[in-house]
Write a protein that binds this ligand. Structure first.
Ligand code: ZN
Length: 402
């Protein structure tokens, strides 16, 4: 019992890093030494972005949509960020920063970022739509400071800014230990665009690796000296095209295939069974931080936790006339699930949907059929499967005929 008590007193902390635009094959070929050391103590997995290809969840393999997939645990059809410019995020799908602050108002958050819009637009700090979300430690906007970081043709200034935000993160982690931090680094994507995935790109990964060593060392320092346990998640927002590696945005395998590096070993059954998605980071981080997400948020999450216990994943819906068949993958065969339906999507406007319980199948059946006259001619409904450890959702969407 003593060890359990000690464990309960160990404060969980999370650092998420997005290093922009690095395909999985590059990380796997280079095996950068610092990242390799983190993997040795933790976990490496291939992952994906882009939603489910060819379905209503498909999302462009573009930077800002990728960041917002991670921040909201939903794909573009919900969070509504489709490009880097002219963004209109739907703040009714709350970010992990907002969910954390709501659950734990005294908890502290931090952002270290080479792109100020990550905070101002995607997190939406200080906006009424986000309940005036605040971030406690802010280090961003340096790309606007052309005196301190003059913009050179080779864009080395982006590397210098990345280095600067990493140094800030190093210092803040060591001295302030924020509960939830996001580090965003841009240089790798810039080199990718100008030089493709060749020697210059490999060099940029080397620079990134030194930065990751700094963050990992800061975390080791905290864990050695304080009653804290730190989860470090390093990932990317998209891969690159397979021809030269200079582009991205489409749905090719190399653009969709990303990776996660975690500093902790993971035994989660879902992670062992699938290539996770960037949307899985939010519920995983929530689990690690012991945050209970509101039911309404759980019912909209497109992610499945890769940390902690998991009930089910991969919900699919086959609908015809007054009947549908629902399928899923179980990780808890004896668990009784709850299946709900709603014909509205008020969640989009931040209002509640009224769900009706339509069945309680056992997890292990992995299949549930429902027949009701009300399904006839319904152009839209949402089905939610609630398990003990996580909730998944799937939509019935009839595409308008052109
Ligand atoms: Zn990007």
């Amino acid at each position: 019992m003593l060890s359990l008590t000690a464990l309960a007193q160990t404060k969980p902390k999370v650092v998420i890093v997005i290093a922009d635009g690095i395909p999985a094959d590059v990380i796997e070929r280079l095996r950068p030494p610092a990242m390799q050391q983190i993997i040795k103590e933790g976990t490496y997995t291939r992952a994906h972005v882009g939603g489910n290809k060819g379905t209503y969840t498909e999302t462009p393999t573009i930077s800002a949509p990728g960041y917002n997939d991670m921040l909201t645990g939903t794909w573009g059809y919900k969070h509504n960020v489709w490009d880097n410019d002219n963004q209109h995020p739907n703040y009714n799908y709350p970010t992990i920063f907002r969910l954390f602050k709501t659950a734990r108002p005294a908890g502290t958050t931090a952002i270290f970022s080479t792109w100020v819009e990550n905070r101002k637009m995607l997190l939406g700090t200080g906006l009424p739509q986000t309940g005036n979300l605040a971030v406690d430690y802010v280090y961003d906007g340096f790309e606007k400071d052309t005196v301190r970081f003059p913009h050179d043709k080779a864009s080395l200034y982006l590397h210098q800014i990345d280095d600067h935000v990493v140094n800030c993160a190093d210092s803040v982690i060591r001295t302030k230990a924020p509960d939830l931090s996001w580090i965003y680094l841009e240089y790798t994507d810039d080199v990718g665009h100008s030089k493709g995935t060749g020697k210059e790109f490999d060099k940029a990964i080397g620079l990134l690796d030194a930065q990751m060593k700094k963050i990992s060392d800061a975390i080791h320092y905290r864990e050695a000296n304080y009653k804290e346990k730190w989860l470090l998640v390093i990932t990317t927002d998209h891969g690159r095209d397979s021809l030269t590696g200079s582009g991205h945005g489409d749905q090719s395998l190399r653009e969709r295939t990303t990776w996660f590096i975690l500093n902790k070993p993971v035994t989660n059954a879902y992670l062992k069974s699938a290539q996770p998605g960037i949307v899985d980071i939010l519920p995983s981080v929530a689990n690690y931080l012991n945050i209970d997400l509101p039911v309404a948020a759980k019912r909209e999450l497109d992610g499945v936790p890769i940390i902690g216990p998991v009930s089910l994943s991969n919900a699919r819906l086959g609908a015809a006339a007054s009947r549908f068949t629902l399928k899923w993958k179980t990780f808890a065969p004896t668990e009784k699930l709850k299946v709900y339906i709603t014909y509205t999507n008020h969640a989009k406007e931040g209002k509640p949907d009224s769900y009706k319980l339509i069945g309680t199948p056992l997890g292990g059946t992995q299949k549930f059929s429902y027949t009701a006259a009300t399904l006839l001619k319904q152009p839209f409904y949402k089905v939610v499967i609630e398990g003990k450890n996580n909730t998944v959702n799937v939509w019935h969407v009839v595409k308008p005929t052109k």
